[in-house]
Design a protein around this ligand. Sequence first.
Ligand SMILES: Cc1cc2nc3c(=O)[nH]c(=O)nc-3n(C[C@H](O)[C@H](O)[C@H](O)COP(=O)(O)O)c2cc1C
Length: 260
Amino acid sequence: MVHSFDRLKNGVVLAELGGHGDGPYCAEHGAGAALVVLGTYIVDAGDDVPYSPDFVFKSGRHNYAGYLQEHVAAARNSGAAVGVSVASINLDDTVDFLVAAEDAGADYISVCLHSTMEMFVSRGLSSALLRRENWPRLREHLAAILAATTQPFIAKIGVHDTPDTKQAVDVMAEVGVQIVHANVGNAVSEEGLQAISRLRKSDLFLIIGGGIKTPEEARSVIEAGADAVAVGTAAMHNPSLCGQLQAGIRHWAEKPKEDQ
Ligand SMILES: Cc1cc2nc3c(=O)[nH]c(=O)nc-3n(C[C@H](O)[C@H](O)[C@H](O)COP(=O)(O)O)c2cc1C
């Protein structure tokens, strides 16, 4: 089966960077990438979130619909597909924000299961959802998101955030998640490459990030089993990096095997 996200194969993804990753940032730093991800945005009903204020919204579509229209449109100047990432304490807010992102034209939607922020983990949310005892709730959250949305959905995880991550990825696949973006720490270290091969056993489209800076590193991560690579920190420091990595990967992937 060919998925609409198959054009991401061998792609470079500009990773979500809370406090940085708005539309103009993605347009500049994601130029030449296959996908740029806005956010992670937090929808918070309270008043006191320890997070960059530009990335926090109150509940309710009227608080973020206009912002999303403006920033999805700005991010499109990267030439890449545009994704939007959210995290929230309230499942209804998460779903509403993602539907608003789709209405604003987002090509991909994503939920951050990578936050270890106290406001989430103390309530069994975000990375805590990947812990075994919280899998019923993980299933509930993912099923609600998948039922309400139509664009390809990316579950963003940190491989080291909980001991149960690998099995939680199997739970995600059972519920119908098709794309996982995993931060594996240092992707090209022995540990990182092993983490990729463990995740590869799942039947999912795998975006892998963590310390990638060069086309050679991107290539070794893809050879280890990633379908696409993500860059965050290095692209923040070098706005040309996504384009350079993407050109390098395409050059290698499209070359006849005997020339490699
Ligand atoms: C300043 C900064 C902010 C980040 N914010 C988020 C975030 O909001 N949501 C998320 O899922 N990951 C976030 N991350 C993790 C990155 O998306 C990425 O997975 C991680 O940094 C590994 O890639 P890198 O080594 O290329 O930076 C952040 C990382 C940095 C450095």
